[in-house]
Design a protein around this ligand. Structure first.
Ligand code: PEP
Ligand code: MN
Length: 263
């Protein structure tokens, strides 16, 4: 595939570039947008710590239909408020083609979740619009499946795709939620020009393992990181156990700056 490509994303704070030849990009925020206060507060904290993007789900793909499903359009308004307040770029998940236009008004990057990695009609739709796409690896997707899913977006006309490894399903879920495939970083580097992101939060499922795996991800060559941060993980409506507090995130960001890739 030759030269690594870059994905430019315009945010209120300026254009941020994802890619091998650019500084590490950090995306942080809660699993779900729970209310305006918590998302604005988290945005301020992760920005102060050095993140360039705020993440937060408005539409949540939960395993159980009885679990919190996200606040939908009102969560998008809260994300817009956080964007306005901090200038951070916004990354949020699109689950359904019907919500795409509404979400694209607020999001600077559209996230396709692991469970939708092979939702081909959704991939064609995000490929046919302008916003960059963050494509998470399906939990049982081979590298080939994943790259072909990315190809759907590229083939539809959108060149701005970032690949995010978020852990895959293996035989042992006792100590980690998923198995974070860090070896995929050099594999992708050989097979594709697209920028790479590692998500140690979903990758391990436990906050206590996030700092070490985030550092390992940088050491092995990731271009960017996605880290879940919640002001009160014990009270989170989703993914509390894997979420860092803003304080822990802040110290992690200081630790990361000595590992490798420039920040
Ligand atoms: C998320 O980012 O909160 C999420 C649902 O991720 P994944 O699709 O990787 O499970
Ligand atoms: Mn989550």
């Amino acid at each position: 595939h030759g030269e690594a490509s870059e994905v430019p994303v315009s945010t209120p704070n300026g254009t941020v570039y994802f890619g091998l030849h650019h500084p590490l990009v950090v995306v942080a925020g809660p699993c779900s947008v729970e209310n305006e206060e918590m998302i604005v507060e988290t945005a301020k904290r992760v920005k102060a710590a050095g993140a360039q993007f705020l993440r937060g789900g408005a539409y949540k793909p939960r395993t159980s239909p009885y679990a919190f499903q996200g606040h939908g359009e009102s969560a998008l308004e809260f994300l817009a408020a956080a964007r306005e307040e901090t200038g951070l770029g916004i990354i949020t998940e699109v689950m359904d083609t019907a919500d795409l236009e509404t979400i694209a008004k607020v999001a600077d990057v559209l996230q396709i979740g692991a469970r939708n990695m092979q939702n081909f009609s959704l991939l064609k739709k995000v490929g046919a619009q302008e916003k960059p796409v963050l494509l998470k690896r399906g939990m049982s997707a081979t590298v080939e499946d994943w790259l072909m899913a990315a190809e759907y977006v590229l083939a539809a006309g959108n060149p701005n795709v970032i690949l995010c490894e978020r852990g895959i399903r293996t035989f042992d879920r006792q100590y980690t939620r998923n198995t974070l495939d860090l070896a995929v970083v050099p594999v992708l580097r050989r097979l594709t020009h697209l920028p790479i992101m590692i998500d140690p939060s979903h990758g391990t499922g436990w906050a206590t393992y996030v700092p070490d795996t985030a550092k390992a991800a940088i050491a092995i060559g990731t271009d960017s990181l996605m880290i879940e941060v919640h002001p009160n993980p014990a009270k989170a409506l989703s993914d509390g156990p894997q979420s860092l507090t803003p304080d822990r995130f802040d110290s992690l960001m200081q630790e990361l700056s000595v590992v490798g890739k420039a920040m």
